[in-house]
Design a protein. Structure first.
Lengths: 229, 311
């Protein structure tokens, strides 16, 4: 109980003091997760829309389970995959991206992508087929059709983005592995929480957890505002 | 020190040439007189091409150091790296992982220097050509810590084996790392010395790191075997634990090992220049971390002291 109160006090203190190390960690968290989310949306929305707008999904019996399984991809497995690719001995070792923020963005994009594709696709397929016919009969091009239907299904699309954000802002397995939790370079909130827990600084770890939740709340609140507006 | 590193660099360059010529000669180990050595953390440098001279001071160089969590948690690096960074206009990125993972990172060439604690695997690492050489950096003694009221009455016992036998006889709770780490291996050998097979309700094999194991021991009134560095660094969070006993056998420090024949790093033809620079920095870092030949005072100064370790 005492630790819980300590944690709340510590969280407040860190936030009020604007602890420079904390500011850096929050900045890195937002940069990495934000970039990964942006990439996942830029890649995932068109793919999800292309699949969702087809009358029949090619090889649906195989493709759909693959996409949905991707939604269950354990972050540490995604991290391991990226690690082996980016390692000095891997095919892209020459990039020298391992243990940098870039490697973290790549892994988180891989984690977020199936979520964006799968949920966008489901949202589009859930639309009344009549809408599609109607938009088409108005002489819309394919791009216009996709845009109109994505707007129509915007709540489902937003849910896809929110799920992807939630999935990557809270994951620790991949960023720990490919980022290395380097102080001042690749340390994000989740890896800092693991570090402080290991050191037995439970109050500080919990305080960082509270800050992470606050950050997620603010972001989701923003998303919500955007979808209402 | 400076002279030594120059000699070392020349030696390394020579072995590199020899290795490239395809006629690798064995450099034999320089005999050093020492008693039983029990270093907890050592360095080995990544192999690549022959080390280059220190690069000019344009811009900050980056050196990646993979090490074990217990070394990072001990606070040692925070105490000594800033100096190195200032002297070499370099930034050291510390990646703290398990010993096995650190060695793996080193083998793949993803780190320039590794600082680990597993002597046999370090020797294999250098022998297999993954590292240029290894050097001892610090040592750390093992201590038995336990609840302040000392239910097994081990305080003041002469040897660790005696203390463990008393803990087993009293069936007092004991927390074991249980993770095949160096500390766990040491613990098992001590049980063997005590003539006890640790099993039963009182023996908790956790499968976790030193930090977690100490936290567990603190919470559940258990004894555990820990390295002094981690215990000191975390003692603020371990109010219920006190040092109960200490291994007696003291160790002396080993000097940096001899240079080993080099193997070119595979698959990096376009990056030899950068790699040479990185190897150069790695050698500098090992020279900095490890004691220079005949310069034992530097080492003794770095012997673990609470003041140097506590954050």
């Amino acid at each position: 109980m005492e630790t819980l109160l300590d944690a709340l006090r510590e969280a407040l203190r860190l936030l009020i003091d604007l602890d420079p190390a904390l500011v850096e960690i929050i900045g890195m968290t937002l940069r990495v997760t934000g970039s990964a989310l942006l990439l996942a949306v830029l890649l995932g929305l068109p793919i999800g829309a292309a699949l969702g707008l087809r009358e029949r999904i090619p090889a649906a019996g195989c493709l759909m389970p693959i996409i949905y399984t991707g939604m269950a991809l354990p972050p540490v497995v995604a991290g391991l995959f990226v690690y082996l690719i980016l390692s000095n001995q891997g095919p892209l070792g020459g990039l020298d991206w391992l243990f940098t923020a870039r490697a973290m963005v790549v892994s988180q994009t891989i984690i977020a992508l199936p979520l964006v594709i799968g949920l966008t696709l489901t949202a589009l397929r859930g639309l009344d087929p009549g809408i599609k016919l109607q938009v088409r009969s108005l002489g819309a091009t394919r791009l216009q059709l996709a845009t109109a239907l994505l707007l129509e299904a915007r709540l489902g699309v937003l849910a896809a983005i929110i799920a992807a954000f939630g999935g990557i802002v809270s994951e620790v397995g991949a960023v720990m592995l490919v980022g290395g939790n380097i102080e001042g370079q690749t340390r994000v909130l989740t890896t800092a929480i693991v570090l402080e827990t290991r050191r037995g600084n439970f109050a500080l770890a919990l305080a960082l957890g509270i800050i992470l939740l606050l950050l997620a709340f603010l972001t989701n609140w923003l998303f919500h505002k955007l979808s209402d507006g | 020190m400076r002279k030594f590193s120059l000699i070392l660099l020349i030696l390394l360059a020579l072995t590199a040439l020899v290795a490239c010529g395809g006629a690798a000669t064995e450099t034999t180990a320089e005999p050093t007189a020492e008693t039983a050595v029990e270093p907890t953390a050592e360095t080995a440098v990544e192999p690549t091409a022959e080390p280059a001279v220190e690069e000019p001071a344009d811009g900050e160089a980056v050196l990646r150091l993979a090490t074990t969590t217990s070394t990072a948690d001990s606070g040692l690096l925070d105490a000594i790296l800033p100096d190195f960074e200032a002297q070499n206009n370099a930034r050291v990125d510390v990646v703290a992982v398990g010993t096995g993972q650190a060695i793996e990172i080193g083998e793949a060439g993803d780190a320039d220097v590794i600082l680990v604690h597993a002597r046999a695997r370090e020797d294999a690492f250098v022998e297999e050509g993954h590292g240029l050489y290894r050097a001892d950096v610090m040592y750390n003694d093992f201590i038995i810590v336990g609840p302040s009221d000392d239910p097994a009455g081990v305080s003041g016992m002469a040897t660790a084996a005696e203390a463990l036998a008393a803990i087993a006889a009293a069936e007092a709770p004991f927390a074991s790392r249980g993770d095949d780490s160096g500390t766990h291996t040491k613990e098992l050998s001590l049980w063997e010395a005590a003539g006890v097979t640790p099993e039963g309700e009182w023996y908790n094999s956790l499968g976790q790191g030193m930090g977690e194991t100490l936290t567990f021991a603190n919470e559940s009134g258990a004894y555990t075997l820990t390295d002094r560095g981690t215990f000191l660094a975390q003692s603020a969070n371990l109010p219920d634990l006190t040092v109960a006993g200490r291994r007696r056998e003291h160790r002396r420090q080993r000097r940096p090992g001899p240079a080993q024949p080099l193997r070119r790093h595979p698959g990096q033809p376009g990056q030899v220049g950068e790699h040479q620079r990185r190897v150069g920095r790695g050698v500098c870092a090992v020279d900095y971390l490890g004691p220079g030949a005949g310069d034992d005072r530097r080492l003794r100064r770095r012997h673990l002291r609470p003041a140097a370790l506590l954050p």
